[in-house]
Write a protein that binds this ligand. Sequence first.
Ligand SMILES: O=P(O)(O)OC[C@@H](O)[C@@H](O)c1c[nH]c2ccccc12
Length: 288
Amino acid sequence: MDDTAELDPAVRSILAAARERAREGEEGAGGDDGGGEGDESGEPAGSDRVAVDPRDLRAAFERAEADDRVPVIAEVKPTSPTTEGTREDDPVELAESMVAGGAAALSVLTEPEHFGGSTETLDRVREAVDVPVLRKDFVVAESQLDAVESDVVLLIARFVGDDFPDLLAAARDRGFQVLVEVHDREELETAVDAGAKLIGVNNRDLAELVVDLGTFESVAPAVPDDATLIAESGIASPADVRRMRAAGADALLVGSAIMDGDVEANTRELTRAETDTHSTDDAPETRI
Ligand SMILES: O=P(O)(O)OC[C@@H](O)[C@@H](O)c1c[nH]c2ccccc12
């Protein structure tokens, strides 16, 4: 059915956990309300469909551009399989610092077991800021879409496979904007054929968890002009920002380099990469 055997063991474990949560969500929706036991993800068993009135992501990018800021989606990521330790700060404070540093939008991990995220955190962050918020999770089944409201949801082409058109429609029916993540030209073609308009190219290979900014550069030329294109992962310095922009990125998704150190200063340095001639490319705060 899929090729999970080729994935890094951490990613395989993440996917198995996502499928398990999806199954719990479906059982809950099946009538017999189990009371939500084992529900640490915060996904409400038997919940109704969500109906989102989303904050416009493209408009947020345009506002940033008009203000001479590089459009950056800053990611609240307490930990990850490739990060040492967990950042324990209040995610709402981190989110507010990112916005103060000029982030056009935010991304919040809701995956609980491997990224330290939760749907509750996303709710609190979205309440506290007025920029669009992306829900970052491993959505593989429709029931997961009803776990929490967000302005944008992520669908990872590699993991949704043949279910992609149905999941895209299910997400849009609920009002979500959908960011479709791809890693190569084949996945890009599938995404575009299914009508994806917000496309993220992940520089991190989920099979080996290694980052190569050349991934974006090789996939970007094949992205249709009318799509909004986001470079994801591994962007660590103002030079990396300029490199991704030169390759066609409308916006950037940055986690680790912003989470490591002074969140507001890190965000400001990256959002000003095209205007601030003094920005150094080896500031310790922006190194992964
Ligand atoms: O921390 P980084 O290298 O800046 O990466 C951020 C983001 O792109 C990364 O967290 C990510 C990209 N796609 C994902 C899918 C699921 C979980 C996480 C991700």
